[in-house]
Design a protein around this ligand. Structure first.
Ligand code: HGY
Ligand code: MN
Ligand code: MN
Length: 411
């Protein structure tokens, strides 16, 4: 069974979704459970219904559309990703995987084909974790890895509870969690890194995802006069945070596994030109494909942080925001995807994902796989994120071909 993807229609869908929460430069900002996120989810549900899909929304706002198969007793083949974004989001991160899923259904309807198994398309809530940790929150709840109650208890930097934000913006529904385990899960996603673009590849077959460790540190010092306080008498929380920031930057070189390390949030209080900071809060994002190296870096860094703080008379609080082991996708379905990618005749590379994805969560309960398409200049989480139209269509066609093959598998 084969259905033909309409790249122009896919581009049109991406353009329409990008208008919701549009920001200067062509990107979008739809932070989880914001009004913009809720508007995007309502738009998506309406598009699903236009495609004769049943729509269900669950207790954390996962939106799942279902295009019925010939035998609805069989677990569905699920496609999808996320439509929440970071604050400086591009138009393809997550959105491509969800809208490519809808494009597969549209192509099926064009062809009059009805697969044996239903095709479901999922837009998982709060994949980014940029506002409420952890990331991949919605898919974690969907598979039963996190309760809806615990997920909605997450609090953002302004003290807003995820459940309250989700309720207020109308993101929540009554479909049960955990959700039904799919027969298989496929996610089309932009690479978000530089490899495919720089090396001239058209498609990426994702074999694994690197491990992720997110932590928040809070430092407590003493505010004091910037002019009268001798350097030897300071308990400067800001100084400790900035020393730590430099340590984080130098950390990866000390460990195997092509590690990356990022300080994304750094807030000082009282943040006044003539006051020694009494408090500092920072987040540290460590990633590594080597789990032991990731854990060693986390623990070594913590020891060094505490030594720096102790020498300055500053207190330390550490909060684990998220920890995900490196994840290997099921080799069988990876080979299926690799076969279909090779059949396109285009240049294909196997690779590890630098970013976290819902597929690594669904992969805990079902066969899951990912296809990457190139990010021009390796740019992402940036409004200038771009992928060529031909790659968007190519990736969607591969997902369609693999999905329809899986959807014909008997019980
Ligand atoms: O942070 C990540 O890897 C993803 O964008 N949530
Ligand atoms: Mn993403
Ligand atoms: Mn992202």
């Amino acid at each position: 069974m084969r259905a033909a993807i309409d790249t122009e229609r896919l581009l049109g869908s991406l353009d329409m979704l990008a208008q919701i929460g549009a920001i200067d430069g062509g990107g979008c900002c739809r932070l989880a459970y914001s009004d913009e996120d809720a508007t995007g989810r309502r738009w998506l549900a309406s598009r699903m219904r236009m495609l004769d899909m049943e729509v269900r929304v669950d207790a954390v706002g996962n939106v799942i559309g279902r295009f019925a198969g010939r035998d609805d007793r069989l677990p569905a083949v699920m496609l999808g990703s996320h439509i929440d974004t970071v604050r400086t989001g591009g138009r393809y991160d997550g959105n491509l995987g969800v809208l490519a899923g809808l494009e597969v259904v549209a192509a099926l309807r064009d062809s009059g084909l009805r697969p044996l198994r239903a095709i479901e398309v999922g837009a998982f809530a709060n994949e980014e974790g940029a506002r409420f940790a952890p990331d991949m929150m919605g898919s974690l709840v969907y598979i039963g890895g996190l309760s809806a109650e615990d997920a909605l208890a997450a609090v953002d930097v302004d003290g807003v509870r995820a459940g309250d934000a989700a309720q207020a913006s109308g993101c929540l529904g009554d479909a049960a969690t955990p959700g039904p385990v799919p027969h298989a899960f496929l996610e089309l996603h932009i690479e978000q890194g530089p490899i495919l673009d720089r090396e001239g590849f058209d498609l990426g077959v994702v074999e694994a995802v690197q491990g992720i460790c997110w932590q928040r540190y809070r430092f407590g010092g003493v505010s004091n006069h910037a002019g009268t306080t001798p350097m030897s008498m300071r308990q400067d929380a800001g100084y400790v945070a900035m020393r730590v920031g430099a340590l984080v930057r130098e950390l990866p070189a000390r460990y195997p596994g092509q590690m990356v390390a990022t300080v994304g949030v750094l807030r000082l209080q009282p943040e006044l030109v003539n006051v020694v900071p009494r408090r500092a809060e920072m987040t540290i994002d460590l990633r590594n494909v080597d789990r032991e190296a990731l854990l060693a870096a986390r623990d070594d860094l913590d020891a060094e942080i505490r030594a720096i703080a102790a020498a300055e008379g500053v207190t330390v609080e550490r909060e684990s925001m998220a920890f995900f082991d490196p994840f290997d996708f099921d080799p069988g379905i990876v080979e299926r995807v690799a076969h279909h990618c090779a059949a396109t005749g285009r240049r294909v590379r196997r690779m590890v994902s630098g970013a976290g994805h819902d597929a690594q969560i669904l992969g805990r309960v079902a066969k899951a796989a990912m296809v990457f398409v190139p990010s021009v200049g390796g740019l992402s989480h940036n409004v200038r994120e771009h992928t060529a139209a031909e790659h968007l269509g190519l990736g969607a066609q591969v997902i369609c071909d693999v999905a329809l093959e899986l959807a014909e598998e008997p019980a």
